[in-house]
Design a protein. Structure first.
Length: 391
């Protein structure tokens, strides 16, 4: 537990963090990677280059300072980030390193204003928060290992087949290289894929939703090929252009908290933009098998029909799901406020996944329409700061 004096000191730094937070985290990452370049095997290089990770960390540090006297308020965020950490292979020994360079960055940016008392208080606070992460993640790793076919960190999988789903999305069917079963997972969860790309100094890790209902024999991920010049696209381009059937990929155990929740008789609305359809396909296939009479509205947005994935599969699901309403929207008739008002049941649980701008619009529109935060569930693969406008 933190002393009241420590809490007061941390609270007093909130205005400073609001102004200098991103500068602190930018210096933090620069100094961290200078001293520990091996950590670049874990961090997303594209997010670093674009400043996204720096902003996301600054927001997290700020939130921790605001709620330092009631850390339970940030517990949902801790759990969500812990899922990401577990899928990246973050270990307890990484936390002291991060703490050391975070305090160093605070001192470098604030200078004499970072008094010994402030640095000591933040050292204590970081220790408490780090212990919370380490504890949550240890439980997750242990649970992953205990599952039938489970493991911690990364395991080799073979690409059994590649199947195009649209002009830009391809599914990869992955089987364990040791021929074991794969562990069970919740529809909507994701795995990480770790690759060594020829010409790149460090390994790269990307997270991809599992796009089919759970089965014991394989995973399926469905990957959008990004533009060759997009820094975010290095791994997706490599998977599409270089990885062949029979090749081996390193894969993490399933993780993530974007899963079906709520009462089993409650109506559901799925809203997917682009490749955001992938976790929702897992949910849809599961509902088709286990709860085919559920009242469901499924709104799918894509740039053009050629970019829309899984349309035939969803149409075939309609034959099994008597209460499924499915509509597709393209550039010329995109999902707008009128569509959301007409199509989304005000009493339904809403699941949203897609590009940041799309999700910001959908979520903020639903909030304005009176939907509660408990009703709206979303998954976004990128720093959470990219969605802060929607909150």
């Amino acid at each position: 537990m933190l002393s009241q004096e420590t809490i007061n000191i941390i609270k007093s730094t909130v205005p400073v963090l609001e102004v200098h937070g991103t500068q602190i985290t930018t210096v933090f990452y620069e100094e961290l990677f200078k001293a520990h370049p091996e950590l670049l095997n874990i961090f997303n290089h594209a997010n670093q280059a674009q400043g996204k990770q720096q902003t996301a960390l600054a927001n997290a540090v700020y939130a921790a300072a605001v709620h330092i006297d009631k850390l339970e308020k940030i517990l949902p965020t801790v759990v969500q980030i812990a899922h990401k950490h577990v899928s990246l292979g973050v270990k307890p020994e990484h936390y002291p390193i991060v703490g050391e360079y975070l305090l160093k960055a605070i001192k470098m940016v604030l200078g004499d204003n970072a008094t010994p008392e402030i640095l000591h208080a933040w050292g204590e606070a970081y220790g408490v928060i780090a212990d919370a992460f380490i504890g949550v993640e240890a439980t997750m790793y242990e649970e992953n290992e205990k599952k039938e076919g489970g493991w911690a960190y990364f395991k080799d999988f073979v690409v059994e087949k590649k199947v195009p789903e649209s002009d830009v999305i391809t599914s990869f069917y992955l089987k364990p290289a040791d021929a074991a079963h794969v562990p069970s997972y919740e529809p909507g969860q994701y795995i990480s894929v770790r690759v060594s790309i020829p010409g790149e100094e460090y390994m790269m890790i990307r997270q991809y939703s599992l796009s089919k209902t759970p089965s014991s024999d394989l995973f399926r991920i469905s990957v959008k090929k990004e533009d060759d010049n997009n820094p975010d696209g290095k791994v997706s381009v490599y998977l599409h252009d270089q990885v062949k059937e029979g090749d081996t990929l390193e894969v993490s155990a399933p993780a993530g908290d974007f899963t079906l929740s709520g009462k089993s008789d409650k109506a559901i609305t799925f809203i997917a933009g682009g490749v955001g359809i992938t976790p929702i396909m897992s949910m849809m296939e599961t509902l088709a098998a286990k709860d085919p009479s559920r009242e469901i509205v499924f709104l799918q947005a894509a740039r053009t029909p050629a970019y829309a994935a899984f349309t035939k599969q969803i149409q075939s699901l309609q034959e099994k799901m008597s209460n499924l309403t499915y509509k597709t929207y393209y550039e010329e008739n995109r999902i707008d406020e009128t569509v959301l008002k007409e199509m989304v049941n005000a009493d339904s649980d809403v699941y949203v996944c897609g590009p940041a701008g799309f999700m910001e619009f959908v979520i903020s529109t639903l909030y304005r329409a009176g939907f509660s935060k408990e009703q709206i569930h979303f998954e976004f693969f990128g720093p959470a700061a990219d969605l802060e406008k929607a909150e």
